[in-house]
Ligand binder design. Structure first.
Ligand code: SF4
Length: 368
C-alpha cells in the first residue's frame, strides 16, 4: 500500500494534516529536533519519497489521529489515521557525519544537524540578547533549551562549521546549509558572525549557503554577506501584523514590519529575486487574510514568503497554544501557491535554505 504522492491533491492534504495535527510515534528512538531555534519538536519523515518535518513531541501530537507503527525489518513504518492504514513511511537513518567528533571531542551533531532530506543547519550563536528575559524573548523560541540540555554548544567557530560542513557533504551528500543565529547585538544583529562563518565554510567546501538574521542596521551587510559566500538570505518576520508580533515577540517586534520591508527592498537586488526568504508562522493570531496581504507585498518585492504551521514547543510560554487547523493552513497555502505560480517564484529556484528545503511546510506542493 502506498501513501499518496505529494504532487497530488491527496498527498499535499496529507502533509498539511500531518504538520498541523502531528504524529504519534510511541516509544521509537532516533534523532528528532527537540528544542533549539525556530520550529522544533519535530521528526523527519519520508512520505512517498519526500522528507518533511512532522511534530512528534508536542502535546497535540500525542493526541493526533495519525500513528506510526514500530519500524519493521526493512526500516519502514505503517502510517495509520483513526485506525485506518494509509501506507508505509520511513524515518531517515541518522547521517554518517553524526558519528564523527572534532579533535577536542565535540560530536559533529552538536555543531550542525541534518534538516529535512539534505539540508545541513546550525545555530551559530546559541544565545540571543532577546532570550535572556521573558519580557523580550520570542514566546515560541527554545534556543536556550538545547544548550541547557547539552545537545549543542553555545558558539560554533568558523573552523568547526567548515569541518562539519565538509564531512556532511562528503559522507552524506548534503545539498545546502542554513546558518541561523541568535541575535548577538542590535547593530549588525548577527550579520558579522554569519559572514565570518560563511567565508570559512565556502573556503572549505562548495556548498550553497543561506544565512538568517534580523535586518542589520547597515544594509551594506547584505553585500558583505553575499561576498562572503552566502547564496540566499532569510530575515524572518515570524508574524504578519505588528500587534501579533508585539504580543508574541516583544523584543524582536521593536524592528517593525516596515523596517523589514525596507531591508528586503535593499537585499533583493543583492541576492536576486526569490533568493530572499522570510518565515511566517501561521497560527499565532494573524488571520489568513492578514498573512496573505503581507505575502502579496513580499512577493511584489521579490521575497519568498515561507508560511509554516506554528508548532508549540514543550517548555516555552506557548507550549499549550493550539497549532493551526489543517483547514486554516489550506486557506492560506492554496491561494499563496497560486500567487507564487503567477509570480513565477518557485521554491525549486531557491539556491539554499528553508524555502528550498521546504520540509517544515507543505507550501511547495501548492505551488505545483
Ligand atoms: S525548512 Fe528550514 S527549519 Fe525546516 S527543516 Fe528545512 S532547513 Fe530546517
Amino acid at each position: 500500500m502506498n501513501v499518496p504522492t505529494i504532487g497530488t491533491v491527496a498527498g499535499r492534504q496529507l502533509i498539511t494534516d500531518l504538520q498541523s495535527l502531528g504524529l504519534q510515534i510511541g516509544e521509537q528512538g532516533g534523532v528528532t529536533r527537540k528544542g533549539g531555534a525556530g520550529p522544533s519538536d519535530h521528526k523527519a519523515v519520508t512520505i512517498a519519497g519526500q522528507t518533511v518535518m512532522v511534530p512528534v513531541h508536542t502535546a497535540d501530537a500525542r493526541r493526533s489521529p495519525f500513528q506510526a507503527s514500530v519500524p519493521s525489518a526493512d526500516g519502514s513504518s505503517l502510517l495509520v489515521r483513526d485506525g485506518q492504514a494509509l501506507g508505509r513511511i520511513r524515518f531517515p537513518a541518522p547521517p554518517r557525519f553524526y558519528g564523527l567528533a572534532t579533535a577536542e571531542g565535540i560530536p559533529y551533531w552538536k555543531i550542525a544537524l541534518l534538516h529535512g532530506r539534505d539540508t545541513l543547519a546550525t545555530t551559530v550563536h546559541q544565545t540571543c540578547i532577546r532570550y535572556a528575559e521573558r519580557r523580550t524573548s520570542c514566546q515560541f523560541c527554545a534556543i536556550g533549551q538545547s544548550l541547557d540540555a547539552g545537545r549543542t554548544i553555545a558558539y560554533k567557530t568558523p573552523a568547526q562549521l567548515a569541518e562539519v560542513a565538509k564531512a556532511a557533504v562528503e559522507l552524506d551528500h548534503v545539498r545546502d546549509m542554513v546558518l541561523t543565529t541568535g541575535t548577538p547585538n542590535i547593530v549588525d544583529r548577527g550579520a558579522a558572525v554569519l559572514a565570518e562563518s560563511a567565508r570559512a565554510i565556502r573556503d572549505a567546501v562548495d556548498l550553497p549557503l543561506q544565512v538568517q538574521c534580523e535586518p542589520p542596521r547597515d544594509h551594506a551587510w547584505f553585500g558583505r554577506l553575499r561576498d562572503a559566500g552566502a547564496d540566499s538570505l532569510g530575515m524572518h518576520l515570524e508574524a504578519a501584523t505588528q500587534a501579533v508580533r508585539e504580543r508574541i515577540m516583544p523584543g524582536k517586534a521593536t524592528v517593525s514590519v516596515e523596517r523589514y520591508l525596507a531591508a528586503f527592498a535593499s537585499a533583493v537586488p543583492v541576492f536576486g529575486r526569490g533568493q530572499v526568504n522570510t518565515y511566517l508562522l501561521a497560527g499565532l493570531g494573524d488571520t489568513a487574510d492578514e498573512i496573505l496581504a503581507l505575502a502579496r507585498r513580499l512577493i511584489a518585492l521579490g521575497v519568498y514568503p515561507f508560511v509554516v504551521p506554528f508548532v508549540p514547543i514543550s517548555g516555552t510560554p506557548l507550549e499549550n497554544h493550539a497549532p493551526p487547523s489543517p483547514d486554516f493552513m489550506k486557506s492560506i497555502l492554496a491561494p499563496l501557491g497560486g500567487m507564487l505560480r503567477e509570480a513565477n517564484m518557485k521554491s525549486t529556484d531557491i539556491r539554499a535554505g528553508c524555502g528550498r528545503c521546504g520540509a517544515c511546510s507543505s507550501l511547495s506542493a501548492y505551488e505545483r
